[in-house]
Ligand binder design. Structure first.
Ligand SMILES: C[C@](O)(C(=O)O)[C@H](CC(=O)O)C(=O)O
Ligand SMILES: [Mg+2]
Length: 301
């Protein structure tokens, strides 16, 4: 009911402990607060808020059109309904180092467990597209330092992402990652690695937690959790997986409804009313007011 019984500080400590455990944390990207509930119920370790998903949700491409305040507002809604730590994609920090600093404080206030900042220039683009441009290394170092200085809760995780692999090559990407760690980054997100040997090279070169981005239809193989665990990675990220599944189902459903003139054939593919209510903890609200849950549903509904 109301769905979170933990404080942001507890969730930040849980994420830190999970990363220190050496276990692989599995982190799907939520579509919205409700799917964050489902991510928790199905036993995942943490929730991700993807910039690509938040932009797509607004009907926008992932090119830095969304603002830090918009993302913080959405993120806060999500953090309020889960006991899992939530990691948010803060893109480039939305401007200069001072914007990155403000972004950190907004995300801390939104109850998140951490964020990642990337080294692209604005307008940024999806890390798995061609033609990206990365900021000079010294500029990203300033971005990371500004974020570190702005943080008030030392448990809030500051992860640096480097997009340099597909722009400057693997050795340069590794050098950048090390510079970002020296600037205070707690963890590294090496974007768009091409194969397992590149995952190994990053693991050997960097001794902070590492995230593997398993986005579909991108440049990286979809490694499974056993492989990633053996590689010594700390986070398996599925940033846009739920959006792609949901949008596939929605599109099929709309076509069926249009073609058949009724949704009857779609019923077996729908989440039932009772399952939705269970997920919402609807019945528990009767503790506030017994009149809010005083109906019964036909079997199967
Ligand atoms: C992780 C990512 O930054 C995101 O916004 O979810 C994207 C994912 C994607 O576009 O597939 C990225 O990898 O750039
Ligand atoms: Mg992104």
């Amino acid at each position: 009911m109301l769905h979170t019984r933990t404080t942001p500080a507890e969730r930040r400590r849980a994420l830190r402990a999970g990363l220190a455990s050496g276990r692989l944390l599995r982190m799907p990207g939520a579509l919205n607060p409700l799917t964050a509930r489902l991510i928790q119920e199905t036993g995942f370790d943490a929730v991700y808020l993807s910039g690509a998903v938040l932009a797509a949700d607004l009907g926008l491409p992932d090119i830095g059109l969304t603002t830090s305040a918009e993302i913080a507002a959405r993120a806060q809604q999500t953090a309020r309904v889960t006991d899992l730590p939530v990691l948010v994609d803060a893109d480039t920090g939305f401007g200069e180092p001072m914007n990155a600093a403000r972004t950190v404080q907004l995300m801390e206030d939104a109850g998140l467990a951490g964020l990642h900042l990337e080294d692209q220039v604005n307008p940024k683009r999806c890390g798995h597209l061609d033609g990206k441009t990365v900021a000079p290394r010294a500029e990203m170092v300033r971005r990371v330092r500004a974020a570190v200085d702005a943080r008030r809760d030392p448990d809030f995780l500051l992860m640096a992402r480097t997009d340099a692999r597909s722009v400057e090559g693997l050795p340069a990407a590794i050098d950048r990652a090390r510079a970002y760690v020296d600037a205070g980054a707690d963890a590294i997100f090496p974007e768009a690695l091409a194969d397992v040997s590149e995952y190994e090279a990053f693991r050997a070169a960097v001794d902070v937690p590492l995230l593997a981005n398993l986005t579909e239809f991108g440049k990286t193989p979809l490694l499974d959790t056993a492989t990633l665990e053996n590689l010594g990675y700390n986070i398996a990220l599925y940033p846009v997986t739920l959006l792609r599944i949901a949008m596939g189902a929605v599109e099929d459903g709309l076509r069926t409804l249009a073609a058949e003139g009724t949704q009857k054939s779609l019923l077996p593919r729908m989440q039932t009313r009772s399952r939705l209510y269970e997920l919402l903890g609807y019945e528990e609200y009767a503790a506030f007011d017994s009149a809010v849950f005083d109906f019964t549903l036909p079997p199967g509904d």
